[in-house]
Design a protein around this ligand. Structure first.
Ligand SMILES: *Cc1c(COP(=O)(O)O)cnc(C)c1O
Length: 495
């Protein structure tokens, strides 16, 4: 039986997995959500003997039910290969009080590779299955990491073009350099004079414009999304939470069935929603610890039940979490509002008109397993330094937000179950902020001097992704105003 996906904004709009992946976003801004979360059907003791690819298959086959075994295994094995610098694909390392799930061993050294290395295969397979003749235009808004990971995944993939919008003044220098040096005739990168939310809103508007869809179709194009609003990105992320539990069990660190906590540095709420899906599949996860930076809209939400984006947008040293509209939260709102699109629509209408909405007590109760907190800029820096001084391990700024929030969680709750912290980026991606945290005197050095110094003090080899941009030529230099995003897309497509 096929698992049905349904729009959060219209209970009548359904899709198979491959159709949902192809479309990316449902009509009228809705997100596709599976009708139910399937239960894991392999005993944990078996999973504990499997490698990453095998676990990924066991998870994805339950969600992507209209893919054949052969199709899905082809996607998985093509994605999780030598592009990763470790055979394990993700590493789980114990440091201090917690286990760090290093998700940054892929081609662009952030956790986005875990899903974006497979999305192009899922998408082209979906196109074939559904007889799509149009060229697929991947339209993506990025807070820094999705853009590069999507570009790397889709570069030179036949039948696709990829257009990435990033906040010109809101990403790290290394993130920007990684994107603007991207090769591939089908890749386009545009900086916008606005922040991530502006980019995301602009992209969502283009997706929801029926006139534009017609124009595209007439020219032989259709849009899809590489953002975590695409279910084809969200589901592959469920796999690494299952993998981390299986790994802990395999190493004898936990008993079968023992509950663990999971800590996730959160922006668009995709990664932590994937952890929640793993829990709903039956993985023994207790608390879902949602870590924010100074843009602490989610901390306030889990504390008060009121989502309120009316506040100043703050640029921080963890730019991939500088977000005030966490798109994937809508999936949790829909789920807890009795999977009733009308109820969800009322909240989203309030978000659109007033910039805020208040959930009901019953919804809040259903979210009791989430714990929210946040880390200030000073706390992030202090957390990096403390860990480095204690054991020589260097975290990136996003992971440090999570590590700091985990300290607060321990102090607040005294809940000392084993905890997995999602480690979302390599410190090399945010070298300047990381090195300044260790010693402010580093600020005088150039970006690449800092890269070499980071190698020296951490003993971790400079990743290939950084070597690649040392001398790479800049191939993309377009910058536009937020309101001109659609014009730029039309220009690229010649329509
Ligand atoms: C994207 C990103 C996040 C936030 O993940 P979401 O799924 O958007 O919540 C955190 N850290 C890093 C390094 C990222 O690239």
């Amino acid at each position: 039986m096929n698992l049905i996906y349904r729009s959060t904004r219209n209970n009548e709009e359904t899709a198979t997995a491959s159709q949902a992946i192809l479309k990316g976003l449902a009509n009228k801004g809705g997100l596709f959500v599976p009708d139910q979360i399937p239960a894991m059907d392999v005993p944990m003791a078996e999973l504990a003997k499997m490698n990453y690819q095998q676990i990924a298959y066991e998870v994805m086959k339950l969600f992507f039910t209209d893919f054949t075994e052969e199709e899905l295994k082809h996607c998985i094995n093509s994605a999780y290969d030598k592009k990763f610098d470790t055979e394990n694909i993700a590493e789980l390392v114990k440091k201090g009080d917690a286990y760090f799930l290093e998700l940054f061993h892929g081609a662009t050294i952030a956790f986005k590779d875990m899903a974006l290395s497979i999305l192009p295969y899922l998408l082209t397979t979906s196109a074939k299955k559904n007889g799509v003749k149009n060229e697929i235009v991947i339209l993506t808004a990025t807070s820094g990491d999705t853009g590069k990971a999507a570009l790397a995944g889709f570069a030179d993939v036949p039948g696709t073009k990829i257009i990435v919008f990033y906040p010109k003044h809101g990403v790290s220098p290394i993130q920007e350099k990684q994107m603007v040096t991207q090769r591939g005739d089908n890749t386009f990168v545009i900086g916008i004079e606005g922040n991530f939310d502006d980019a995301q809103t602009g992209v969502k508007q283009m997706f929801s414009d029926p006139e534009l869809a017609k124009e595209l179709d007439a020219a032989g194009y259709q849009f899809s999304s590489a953002n975590s609003i695409n279910i084809g990105r969200l589901i592959p992320q469920v796999a690494y939470y299952v993998y981390s539990y299986a790994t802990l069990l395999g190493r004898g660190e936990i008993e079968d069935g023992e509950k663990i906590n999971v800590v996730v540095p959160t922006g668009n709420f995709g990664n932590i929603l994937a952890a929640s899906y793993a829990k709903q599949m039956g993985i023994p996860i207790d608390r879902l610890i949602c870590a924010s930076n100074d843009n602490k809209v989610l901390f306030d939400f889990f504390t008060t039940g009121c989502y309120d984006k009316n506040r100043q947008f703050i640029l921080t040293s963890s730019p991939s979490m500088d977000i005030l509209i966490s798109s994937n939260l809508e999936r949790l709102i829909y789920q807890t509002a009795d999977r009733d699109a009308e109820k969800n629509n009322a909240f989203m209408a309030d978000l659109g008109s007033k910039g805020s909405y208040q959930i009901t007590d019953s919804m809040k109760e259903q979210m009791a397993d989430f714990y929210g907190n946040y880390a200030s800029e000073a706390e992030v820096a202090a957390t990096i330094k403390k860990m480095y001084d204690a054991c020589g391990y260097i975290m990136d700024t996003h992971t440090a937000v999570a590590a700091n929030v985990y300290e607060k969680f321990l102090a607040d709750t005294k809940d000392n179950k084993k905890a997995v912290i999602a480690s979302t980026a390599s410190p090399y991606k945010f070298t300047r902020s990381v090195m300044n945290a260790i010693d402010p005197a580093y600020d005088k050095q150039t970006d690449f001097e800092l890269v070499d110094e980071l190698e020296r003090i951490s003993g971790v080899k400079v990743p290939q992704a950084i070597e690649d941009i040392r001398s790479a030529a800049i191939l993309h230099d377009t910058v536009c105003e937020t309101e001109d995003m659609c014009k730029e897309v039309k220009k690229i497509l010649g329509i």
